[in-house]
Design a binder for this molecule. Structure first.
Ligand code: XMP
Length: 325
């Protein structure tokens, strides 16, 4: 019968058999799939696995630390962190078009990852070559890739699962038979941090596509603060299950007049986009309690510099997509 314990035991045995005394690499995104895949492979082959985390500076508050500290502490995994924040900011300077942002972020990501990969390969000894790449492919991904890549026709999706199809590597895909909720159960059983196991969907290009307008360090910091407040209040209100995800978007090119203290302000709006969904293909805006919205609004306008207005997105998908870009 299906138990998480059985799945783990089976996969650990299969991975050991597959990898032998060779080495493997795994890209971590901060998301649940790559984290659980890495933790499973770590349990099977220990220090023969090296994980790579590209810090592109587009993550939400605390997420990079979760990977660097909590995930490493929970698994003992060998992790190489590449600080590429400057590089991504430079590449994104002056860019406002959503598709262009996505392409740039995807392209830079692959370049940085390949560089890290090359370093790991160079460091490995000749009798323990790096032959394997771990991917957090789930069952729905396997089914979907039979006929293309789902929503990729609408937006050029980028995620860690979409790394270069380097045919020099053999793939390890320990989650191929699992659905998302099963992956979360396996992650929990493996002792991964709750914040990672229960994380809601978050796009590969991160906050880069949640700033409508040019992406700058200052704007990222501002959006990170607003997003952290929204997440904190949604969790405190017990809404994490009802809400599929809640993008928080900065309209960086829009300003509106406000009044705060005894002064006139001319700041930016923040959009809250709470949606309910089964699979992200369609979605409805979540009818969430007004008092929670009020708390989020009050806190964001009080605590986040340059934000003087919070608005609620009441559009379903279709016609709106979940993300604004
Ligand atoms: P849209 O905006 O197309 O989003 O309705 C559907 C779901 O996909 C997520 N999303 C992405 N995930 N890489 C990802 O891994 C991406 O480039 C990307 N773009 C959107 C989005 O958060 C939602 O869950």
């Amino acid at each position: 019968s299906w138990t998480t314990g059985n799945v783990i035991d089976e996969q650990v045995a299969a991975i050991r058999e597959q990898v032998g005394d060779k080495r493997a690499i795994c890209g971590l995104s901060g998301g649940v799939d790559s984290a659980v895949a890495a933790a499973l492979v770590q349990r099977a082959i220990g220090s023969q696995l090296t994980c790579v985390y590209v810090d592109h500076g587009l993550m939400r508050k605390g997420e990079t630390e979760q990977v660097e500290k909590d995930f490493v502490a929970a698994t003992g995994v060998q992790l190489k962190v590449v600080d590429a924040q400057e590089r991504f900011l430079n590449a994104l300077a002056g860019v406002t078009d959503p598709e262009e942002k996505r392409k740039i972020i995807g392209r830079e990501f692959i370049r940085v990852f390949e560089q890290a990969q090359a370093e790991i390969i160079a460091e490995a000894s000749g009798d323990q070559p790096v032959e394997f790449l771990v991917q957090g492919t789930l069952y729905p991904d396997v089914v979907e890739s039979g006929g293309g890549t789902g929503t990729a026709n609408i937006k050029s999706h980028h995620n860690v699962g979409g790394l270069p199809e380097d045919l020099e590597f053999k793939l390890i895909e320990p989650l191929r038979k699992l659905f998302k909720d099963e992956v979360r159960m396996v992650g929990q059983e493996l002792g991964l941090p709750e914040e990672i196991v229960q994380r809601q969907p978050f796009p590969g290009p991160g906050l880069g596509i949640r700033i409508v307008g040019e992406v700058t360090k200052e704007r990222l910091d501002l959006l990170r603060e607003a997003d952290a407040i929204a997440r904190e209040e949604l969790t405190a209100a017990g809404l994490d299950r009802e809400i599929w995800q809640c993008p928080v978007v900065l309209l960086a090119d829009v300003r509106s007049v406000g009044v705060q203290g005894d002064g006139r302000t001319y700041g930016h709006p923040i959009v809250l986009r709470p949606v309910s969904s089964e699979d992200a293909m369609t979605a409805d805006w979540t009818r969430m309690p007004y008092d929670v919205l009020a708390r989020i609004s009050t806190r964001i306008t009080n605590e986040v510099k340059d934000v003087n207005r919070v608005v609620l997105d009441v559009t379903s998908k279709p016609p709106g997509t979940i993300e604004w870009e």
